[in-house]
Ligand binder design. Sequence first.
Ligand SMILES: Nc1nc2c(ncn2[C@@H]2O[C@H](COP(=O)(O)OP(=O)(O)OP(=O)(O)O)[C@@H](O)[C@H]2O)c(=O)[nH]1
Length: 385
Amino acid sequence: MFSHLDVHTLLVVFTVNLIAVALALPLLMGLKVSAAARRAQWSMGLQAVGWVCLIASSRWAGTVFDLLLSTASMAALSASLVLLWKALQRWISPRDGHWTMWSLAVLMPLAYALGFEHYAFRVGIANAVLALQMGLLCVELLRPTEQASWRWRALLALAMALQSVVTSWRGVLGAFFTSAYPHFESPHPVNIAAALVSNLTLLLVAASLLMAYREEAERQLRALAITDGLTGLLNRRAWSERAAALLADARRYGHPLIVLMLDLDHFKVVNDQHGHAKGDAALMLVARLLREQLRTGDLAARYGGEEFCLLLSHTREGAAIALDQRLRQTLRRVSTEELGFPIDYSAGLAAFHADHQTLDDMLRRADHALYEAKHAGRGQLVIAP
Ligand SMILES: Nc1nc2c(ncn2[C@@H]2O[C@H](COP(=O)(O)OP(=O)(O)OP(=O)(O)O)[C@@H](O)[C@H]2O)c(=O)[nH]1
């Protein structure tokens, strides 16, 4: 059915489409994108360079240009898969393994160039390594993860699996049936099928990369909506929603729970004496220390300008007082070391102890205790009755 198709034309069409996709991605995504999206863009760009070099190499078959261009092509194709791997690491979740991918991308073109005179060897090894890299990408994509939707992962995995199969076929033909596949444009049915599959998988890859990029942008927007821009802590609204849910759990299961409100002391003086930038640095430092000191499950928010609010779940008064002391000492020491002046805060603590209490009740009690701490001379914790 496909025997009248011409491999050279199919591969040229594929390469033209590949160039179009490589140019369209930065246009559609923009140039100021995340590291993952940038790597995906470069991956398609390198793949296009690889195919242009490979097709150009056939013009100078058997010459030194053939050696140079086809080796460059193998290097570019293999490196493009490494970049795709690195994009996936960010989009799916960080996982080691890029050293294996990089080693393959360095060793394969080297072996290809050194064994250039031995067609069966170089075609076999190049296609085997490319197919292996695609297979590894496919496995990585199919690994269960909560972080990325299965739709684009499945689409990209399908593309990688198909491409890996046809690339292995090419390798087997080149290595063991050399007379049937004397060059990469040979009109062998397997080669025609491979060229058709490449055109199909290009579409799948482009679509899934755009879906992955959109998903990442949506995730970033959602994160922006719930976090404070300066400190990266939860903002007041997000904290209140999550705190209300934790409070409902505490009420249902009878867990102890604490609300702790912190307000930095004499912060206006910090801004006036050291400048607004140092004031911002102080707020970021407090946020960093809170992140370091709190347990998973606790919630920290920047509640107002220089006010922070903590919800400590499964925590009794004694443990909260110990946390306050630890945090206060660390803040005094680290602010002196890093900012050049000490920072302290006043705090109000409210423990959950009455079944009918709402989050607003606890916040009111904590706020009142904080007010008393300020009036009692600052730099201290007051426990609400
Ligand atoms: N640098 C910086 N300063 C902020 C930010 N938000 C609020 N502030 C400052 O925090 C200061 C709060 O001042 P006040 O409410 O008078 O409180 P204070 O000086 O800390 O005094 P006490 O709370 O009574 O100890 C103001 O000078 C605000 O400009 C911010 O995002 N960055």
